[in-house]
Design a protein around this ligand. Structure first.
Ligand code: 13P
Ligand code: SF4
Length: 304
């Protein structure tokens, strides 16, 4: 299957973009594996004819918005995101209306319509930097992740108004899980994704996006790490750092939490091959919606 995918990819001038949370065999055949920020940058600049997005729906939408003449394939249209789904379009529109005079900042994990209602999009890789660059007295609404928004508020001393949404994977990680894992491995540094709740993040030695965690580990002289995020990242962590040891919620056996985003795991070699063979399912989007959603994403990409 891998050989067939690589052959078809070449024949059809397709690029496979994959998120760090996908299955290891999917990451293996991808042309590029990254966090949400890097994936959107890659999607914007590719000259391939087909973008096959092994990630979740909002990520493929972002790719299509940034490079609308390309054919964007999603191996499984049901690969959604609980965080994006925690912010329904109509409810968010009403929320925005209730907050006149506020800059609307949305995390990239949201629908195209929510993006279109926003002034600036951020990812976990650039959110802190972008918020810090805005005037201290600027009134801000932050959606949809209350955990990431709360983290930014604590780090910057702001009081952004938060939409009450969360990711089911990160939000379900408890303080007790982290404490237990750390008790088992007291010498390990704790690295965590900012989508985790405050009582989890307070135990972390480092908080950052998936790409930032990878960079932190590579630059660190420490040898052991407790990894508090979705388990797919372990593939790249171990590949890049074979001499280091990683302890994950999913592997401990002591915890009843697997930190598994089943939506990301919807991407398999079987449906990637089928998508390339049939050039289906293709993501089609309304032009007007794409134009409106592109502005806040481009604003984000313009922040250096
Ligand atoms: P990253 O910004 O680290 O890619 O996070 C995306 C995501 O979906 C985390 O759950
Ligand atoms: Fe969405 Fe959470 Fe899955 Fe990331 S891990 S794609 S935020 S459901």
């Amino acid at each position: 299957m891998k050989e067939e995918i690589l052959k078809l990819k070449k024949e059809k001038n397709a690029i496979i973009l994959a998120h760090y949370y996908t299955r290891s065999e999917v990451q293996e055949i991808a042309d590029f594996v990254g966090d949400s920020l890097a994936l959107s940058q890659k999607a914007a600049e590719t000259d391939a004819d087909i973008i096959l997005f092994a990630g979740v729906h909002f990520m493929a939408e972002t790719a299509k918005i940034l490079n609308p003449t390309k054919k964007v394939l999603i191996p499984d249209m049901e690969a959604k995101c609980s965080l994006a789904d925690s912010c329904p379009d109509e409810d968010f529109e009403a929320f925005v209306k209730k907050h006149p005079g506020h800059t609307i900042l949305s995390y990239i994990n949201c629908s195209a319509k929510v993006k279109a209602l926003s002034d600036i999009i951020v990812t976990s890789g650039n959110a802190l930097r972008i918020v810090k660059s805005l005037p201290q007295d600027e009134k801000i609404v932050f959606a949809p992740d209350r955990n990431l928004g709360g983290y930014i508020n604590r780090e910057t001393g702001r009081q952004m108004v938060l939409w009450d949404g969360a990711c089911h994977v990160h939000n379900d990680i408890s303080e007790q899980d982290v404490e237990k894992l750390h008790e088992l491995h007291p010498d390990a540094l704790i690295i965590a994704h900012p989508e985790c709740p405050e009582n989890v993040l307070k135990h972390a030695d480092f908080v950052g996006s998936t790409a930032a965690m990878l960079k932190y580990v590579s630059n660190s002289s420490q040898k052991e790490f407790v990894v508090i995020t979705e388990n797919g990242i372990l593939y790249e962590l171990r590949k890049k750092n074979p001499e280091k040891t990683f302890y994950a919620l999913s592997e401990s056996g002591e915890m009843c939490i697997c930190a598994n985003c089943h939506y990301m795991k919807f991407n398999t070699l079987e449906n990637i091959l089928s998508a390339l063979q049939n050039e289906q399912p293709e993501l089609l989007m309304d032009e007007t919606l794409m134009d409106a959603a592109r502005k806040p994403i481009e604003k984000m990409l313009s922040f250096k």
